[in-house]
Design a protein around this ligand. Structure first.
Ligand SMILES: Cc1ncc(COP(=O)(O)O)c(C=O)c1O
Length: 353
């Protein structure tokens, strides 16, 4: 090694994001983007914001967005921190809470970025297997760690843990509980988010993303909701200007147009239901999804061939080359037209196997 790379960094592969093809026309059902565009208010606010004031730095604490988020979701502005995607907020939390040898507990399979962030910190990953139905494993309530993470709804399963279980876990863990709610807007029911639990739990952090329900994956904005002490610690770590001016403008405009987001969520929920039925008819085991994607399984069969054949037909879905997931595919819920095209092609592939 010609330069003094830390041993733990040399040892990891790094997180592999889903494919983002830059050429060719694909029906893209692999990285859980929203098939509908962002609110027209976002686009016009952005056009207005492209002006000479871009020479100035943005507000270091994203004050306007913080205040608005507190109004929309409850709590005070001091309980909110904006990040460059929820990925940045996860990285900040790992840097705040995880040092060499510190334990980080989470149920698996889940979002594999958690593995990478812990490895960078030289923390100890404590992975607790989900049972086959993806309910929260009982063992997780008795594990100790600086940090416990639950993606809710979980990826790649799309399954939702009820709020009572999340609250029970917040009481049980010895350190901080992070609930990663990147997909929660797609869940049914009005009372599913853990944000409402924060006033009762000094160790609870809830993360939200603008990438999914708000159709803003390209702008990279996420929010952390937490007790003020935790937010203060996170502020010490973050880059001074972690959100650029245009991201701030777009997230603010998106939060000011909730009806647009809610309408698109309803469309995705309707298509999710139809897609679930079609996938069951084709003989797959389908996990009950409360997210904007669906995990399907054919027990014991490697589904790489189906993924590749779909790709050849210009349809991208997510195949995870991991022992626990090779017999699954994760499919993002697209528009009705995209979904119909996907089901049509999948039927042909499955019937020819
Ligand atoms: C569970 C989960 N959390 C967080 C993220 C990251 O979202 P963001 O785009 O806000 O960084 C993703 C992205 O796919 C995700 O699946």
């Amino acid at each position: 090694m010609p330069f003094p790379l830390r041993k733990n960094i040399a040892a990891i592969a790094g997180y592999t994001p889903g494919e983002q093809p830059q050429v060719g026309e694909f029906i893209k059902l692999n990285t859980n983007e929203n098939p509908y565009p962002p609110s027209p208010r976002v686009l016009s606010a952005l056009r207005r914001a492209v002006n000479p004031s871009l020479r100035l730095y943005p507000a270091p604490l994203s004050d306007g967005l913080r205040n608005l988020a507190a109004n929309v979701y409850g709590g005070g502005a001091d309980n909110v921190l904006a990040g460059n995607g929820s990925d940045e907020l996860l990285a900040i939390l790992a840097r705040c809470l995880v040092g060499k040898g510190d334990r980080v507990v989470y149920p698996v399979p889940t979002y594999t970025l958690y593995d990478t962030l812990i490895a960078i910190q030289e923390g100890e990953k404590v992975a607790v297997e989900f049972p086959p139905d993806f309910t929260l494993p009982e063992q997780i309530f008795s594990e100790s760690g600086n940090l416990t993470i639950v993606a809710n709804p979980n990826s790649p399963s799309g399954t939702l843990v009820p709020l009572e279980q999340i609250e029970r876990l917040a009481r049980a863990v010895s350190g901080v509980l992070v609930v990663d709610e990147a997909y929660i807007d797609f869940a049914e029911g009005d009372n599913v988010s853990a944000i409402q639990l924060i006033p009762r739990h000094s160790n609870l952090v809830v993360l939200r993303s603008f990438s999914k329900a708000f159709s803003l994956a390209g702008m990279r904005v996420g929010l952390a909701f937490a007790p003020e002490e935790i937010i203060q610690a996170m502020i010490k770590i973050k880059d001074s200007y972690n959100l650029n001016s245009l991201s701030l403008v777009s997230a603010t405009a998106a939060l000011n147009d909730l009806p647009w987001m809610l309408r698109n969520v309803k469309r995705v929920q309707r298509t999710r239901k139809r897609l679930t039925q079609s996938l069951k008819k084709l003989g797959f085991t389908v996990y009950p999804s409360q997210a904007n994607f669906i995990l399907v399984r054919r027990h014991g069969e490697n589904l790489r061939g189906i993924y590749e054949e779909l790709k050849r037909r210009k349809i991208l879905v997510r195949y995870f080359d991991l022992p626990a997931l090779r017999d699954t595919l994760r499919i993002t819920v697209g528009t009705p037209q995209e979904t119909d095209a996907f089901v049509r092609e999948l039927k042909v592939i499955v019937e020819s196997m």
